[in-house]
Design a protein around this ligand. Sequence first.
Ligand SMILES: *Cc1c(COP(=O)(O)O)cnc(C)c1O
Length: 372
Amino acid sequence: MADLLIPTDLLPLDGRFGCGPSKIRREQLDHLLGFGTGVLGTSHRQAPVKDLVGRVRAGLGELFRIPDGYEVVLGNGGSTAFWDAAAFSLIEKRAQNLVFGEFGGKFAKAAAAPWLEAPDVIKADTGSRSDFVVRDGIDVYAWPQNETSTGVMAPVTRVAGDAGALTVIDATSAAAGIDFDASQADVYYFAPQKNLASDGGLWIALFSPAAIERVERIAASGRYIPEFLSLKNAVDNSRLNQTLNTPALSTLLLMENQIDWINQSGGLEWASARTQASSSVLYDWAAGVDYATPFVADPTHRSQVVVTIDFNDAIDASAISKTLRANGIVDTEPYRKLGRNQLRIATFTAIDPEDVKKLVASIEHVVAHLGN
Ligand SMILES: *Cc1c(COP(=O)(O)O)cnc(C)c1O
């Protein structure tokens, strides 16, 4: 099967449909080679790199239309490090964690730290989602805006809980691909290797004034906090356009170009319309053929940036993804722990909606020749 050749006119121009690291546009690499030569290999404590960090912070502020008083904070270690940082630096006593897939589950695990009360975990079956429940004693309400393991999307809406309770959103695979109102979250955190089409290694977060106040209060409380996981440290360094330790400069440069591209193309609204168009191509196609169906049953839960399509038993989805891979269309396999007869396809902002149409044509070609 894997030696089946898909006709060239059916192939997407760019075959990267993975959920992270994900497609990087050619112009971003040109930015690395051009502008980057003055920055790569130079000190992160000097003006060229600090100015780059400053431009990235300002560009993200513009992209997300952050309200007055919100700050763009960054640090090393990706979103996974942010979960541990949040356990040390953001959760005062107890978090409520919505879990409807792997990533929400990982934050819930981090929030089960011994110095905190056990988190209030509200689970939903994979392919669906859970909703928050306002409860006394919860000081952080947390959920993913986009659960990358299943392709389920959730709204960003502030929780009116106890006075001072924070709404904390994992936007790793949503940020810069799904429109939302930044004033509805206290912490909106993400990493750059998804819709921002960069490389991994950093976490970035939009902090509300209430979130900054919380971080400062916990830092002053005498709680033991490792320096690397101190959000107070990250806030202080970010205000100086630097990070505690050395950041990946290429990651910052690739991200800068992507932010500029989106801002110049029409901003978050434009990016959101583009991912909606791309994902609709796939959902409409799956609804129209008899051998495939969207995994997420409720259309209002379906992600516009990560599309999961189940195949019926007569068709082996792994044979499709293998054949696609042999033809240069990569990373359409389902999330490894989900174990379904499925394709998972990113429709991130960098991915051209025309290429998504070509992908559908390629999948149809492979299905038509399966078993021949
Ligand atoms: C990819 C992803 C993460 C993990 O990001 P890292 O930067 O690899 O730590 C966390 N949450 C979600 C929703 C993701 O999609």
